[in-house]
Design a protein around this ligand. Structure first.
Ligand SMILES: [Zn+2]
Length: 382
């Protein structure tokens, strides 16, 4: 079985090893060494990548106790190769995973809730707990987690004997009794885990909970730790800086500034609707009675405006009154009304003719159309 160097020392980033086997597979070559520092995917942590003898290793998995390196090119069996981990990725994974242990340990000690799910993805680390924790309570959880990081306490991993294990209190998702590896964080947590971790909590740097949501009876958290949290801070800080300049608001008061702009937008929208409605009203007053279909086109009326127009025109039209807003390129919104034609029955024919989608009642239908103005006018011409 492969000698797993990451169990001896989680900070080994390069090593020399002998190639035991090399098999061609669907995705490149599967390489097994006599020893390795590459961690195979497990315990919620993704497999390591890096190089072996200059050949790219893009993933690592465990098969029947052997660590399998997935490589882009073959390596000679029996040769000695130098292995280099993608240390930035591995260290970032360890920061996230150890951070998750501290978080889960704090939640367990504060509330007795269990971590029931853990996933490391591109958007951060997802952690599920079996009971709900409110955003207010999470503020305190986050504060305590970061306190433990500042205290820089020791993180140790070991395989206790069966007797030791029986007397040990630790978190575990599985009911294991043999070969259980315990990752212990001084003053915080003991948890069964197979993954490599930082040696001291200080290496985690920082932990930030980004969001929380209800998950069955519990809560789902999205968090970042270490460099990933710092990168996120830079990007959000830049965002706030730009918003603050755009609104001429202090950085810590940008949300008030955005609220002000939105209130102003709502007020202007309300005012604009008033102007549009009175324009529609005076336009409708000038329309004289007709038994022909009437078709109107506008650039920027919303469906409410079109409906308002159709309702005003309807008493003056015994045919079909159709109002469109939009343009030939991006398509049109429409409202069509009639006091004489059953539009529910005719909707399919109309939509086919104007390449549209939509429906409604027998008196009024609404929807969208992807046709040229000329073709629409042609259809409604009697
Ligand atoms: Zn773990």
């Amino acid at each position: 079985m492969t000698d797993k160097l990451y169990y001896t020392d989680s900070h080994i980033r390069s090593f020399d090893a002998t190639v035991i086997s090399c098999t061609k597979s669907k995705n490149g070559y599967e390489i097994i060494l006599d020893k390795t520092a590459f961690f195979p995917e497990g315990g919620g942590q993704v497999g390591d990548s890096g190089t072996l003898g200059g050949v790219t290793v893009f993933d690592t998995h465990e098969k029947n106790g052997e660590v399998v390196h997935y490589a882009s090119s073959p390596l000679a069996v029996g040769s000695t190769v130098h292995g280099e981990l993608d240390w930035e990725k591995r260290f970032s994974n360890m920061q996230a995973h150890s951070g998750e242990h501290i978080l889960s340990g704090v939640v367990y000690s504060m509330y007795g809730y269990n971590n029931v799910g853990f996933h490391m993805g591109a958007d951060g680390v997802i952690v599920d707990f079996d009971e709900y924790i409110s955003p207010e309570e999470l503020v305190e959880v986050e504060r305590r987690v970061n306190e433990l990081i500042y205290r820089d306490t020791a993180v140790t991993a070991y395989f206790p004997s069966t007797v030791e294990l029986a007397n040990l209190e630790y978190r575990s998702k599985l009911d294991l009794h043999e070969n259980v590896r315990i990752v212990s964080i001084d003053g915080c947590d003991s948890c069964a885990c197979c993954a490599p971790h930082v040696k001291r909590t200080g290496e985690v740097g920082i932990l930030k909970i980004l969001e929380s949501s209800h998950r069955k009876n519990g809560v789902r958290l999205r968090m970042l730790a270490g460099k990933a949290a710092f990168d996120d801070y830079i990007s959000k800080s830049n965002s706030v800086l730009q918003i603050s300049a755009l609104l001429s608001a202090k950085q810590e008061a940008v949300s008030d500034g955005v609220r002000r702009v939105l209130d102003e937008r709502d007020r202007l929208k309300y005012e604009l609707t008033g102007f549009k409605r009175s324009a529609i009203q005076s336009f409708a007053e000038k329309i004289s009675f007709s038994s022909s279909n009437m078709v109107f086109f506008y650039d920027n009326y919303d469906t409410e405006d079109l409906r308002f127009l159709c309702n005003l025109i309807l008493p003056k039209c015994t045919g079909i009154c159709a109002a469109f807003s939009g343009d030939d390129e991006s398509g049109y919104k429409y409202v069509i009304s009639s006091g004489t034609v059953n539009l529910r029955d005719k909707a399919r024919e109309i939509n086919t003719a104007i390449n549209g989608k939509g429906g409604g009642s027998s008196e009024m239908i609404q929807g969208t159309a992807k046709a040229k103005r000329e073709a629409i006018e042609e259809y409604f011409k009697e």
